[in-house]
Design a protein around this ligand. Structure first.
Ligand SMILES: Cc1cc2nc3c(=O)[nH]c(=O)nc-3n(C[C@H](O)[C@H](O)[C@H](O)COP(=O)(O)OP(=O)(O)OC[C@H]3O[C@@H](n4cnc5c(N)ncnc54)[C@H](O)[C@@H]3O)c2cc1C
Length: 330
């Protein structure tokens, strides 16, 4: 590990004073479950690490005046699971439960979960996020790589488990910086991007910008769910996942949000899947049609064709689960 300076901020304003305007020179430390591993492998080599876990305002879970919820970036995943307000958002709870690891849930934070780096094995073995302009994944072992949105050099999958649920639920991020007076509220759906050139991050934050809170709108009627297709029950990342939020009226879908996870360099919002459901009741047949529509946009790589079927199943079962129906299968 490269020698680095450890700094601890006690206030939100104090964080900005410690962050560098130069990319890669400073990193925020939350639970550290992702960052420390990357530093040990010298994939990330900051000069200074800024601990944000001692800032009281980042530890809150509070209802908003409109009936929504504000969650501090340093709230742990376990604290979220124990919170009564959070239970009003089943898609988020199910996504966190999917992690299925006492250690990661006790130590990992929601801010860190949303901002974690991609799990791409080329990236994690020192080849960079774009891994020779995408050729390593395209011509090599792509079994865990993207099946949507992979036409550019980015072939990795966005690894956040909670992001598809949070996007389906309409979450915003409160972002501070780069200047001391800068505060913005960014839809989470606009936070992620597929980088196109070396040095670009997988999200839109500039150096000296950071996330303080995740803000959720009112929970509504709670017709939302996350469904993950995994190859084991351990703390392994899903092969494909989907979150669905439905607005139902008179037994039919008025509005739907379908967001896939682990299949594209960003969480993948499937408008075509949502369109299929509008005006129809949720049944196994309409849920299947939504899954089929979602995969009409798939562009698998030579080694990951199998993920297309898994993505279809994830969408179908997330829709059924959101509507309170049996998903079938395991
Ligand atoms: C062995 C192992 C197995 C894992 N398996 C799984 C798994 O199966 N499923 C799963 O979902 N996750 C898994 N993870 C990942 C882990 O759950 C997440 O990485 C964790 O939730 C991240 O939270 P953290 O607080 O520890 O983040 P950190 O490691 O502290 O931070 C992660 C990244 O986000 C940045 N960051 C943190 N907070 C902020 C903020 N407020 N604003 C801007 N940037 C920020 C950091 O600088 C860093 O780049 C695994 C991790 C390990 C080490």
């Amino acid at each position: 590990m490269k020698a680095f300076e450890y700094a601890e901020a006690r206030t939100e304003a104090g964080v900005l004073e410690l962050l560098s305007a130069e990319p890669g020179k400073t990193e925020l430390l939350a639970g550290g479950t992702d960052l420390i591993g990357l530093m040990k492998k010298m994939i990330v080599t900051p000069d200074r690490v800024v601990n944000i876990m001692e800032i009281p305002s980042l530890k809150v879970i509070e209802p908003t005046a409109e009936g929504g919820l504000v969650i501090g970036a340093a709230v742990t995943l376990d604290d979220l699971l124990e919170n009564d307000y959070v239970r009003e958002y089943p898609a988020l709870v199910q996504a966190i439960r999917g992690i299925n690891s006492m250690q990661l849930q006790a130590q990992g934070t929601l801010g860190g979960e949303v901002c974690q780096r991609p799990r791409c094995w080329f990236f994690r073995n020192g080849h960079g996020l774009l891994a020779e302009n995408g050729t390593l994944a395209a011509e090599g072992d792509s079994r865990y790589h993207a099946v949507f949105g992979n036409q550019g050099p980015a072939k990795f999958v966005s690894s956040s488990r909670t992001a598809p649920a949070l996007i389906a639920l309409g979450a915003h991020l409160r972002v501070l910086g780069p200047a001391a007076e800068d505060e913005s509220f960014l839809p989470l759906s606009e936070f992620y991007r597929a980088p196109r050139q070396a040095g670009q991050r997988e999200h839109v934050l500039e150096p000296r910008q950071w996330v303080t809170h995740i803000v959720l709108p009112p929970p509504g009627d709670q017709h939302n769910a996350t469904y993950e297709v995994r190859d084991s029950e351990g703390p392994a990342f899903p092969l494909a996942a989907a979150a669905a939020r439905l607005e139902l009226a008179g037994g039919v879908v008025r509005q739907a949000q379908i967001v896939l996870g682990q299949v594209a360099p960003t969480p993948w919002v499937s408008q075509v899947a949502a369109d299929v459901l509008r005006g129809l009741p949720v049944t196994p047949a309409t849920a299947e049609a939504a899954g089929q529509a979602a995969i009409s946009e798939a562009t698998p790589l030579p080694g990951n064709q199998y993920k297309v079927q898994l993505a279809k199943v994830a969408v179908k079962r997330a829709v059924l689960l959101a509507a309170g129906l049996e998903t079938g299968g395991f």
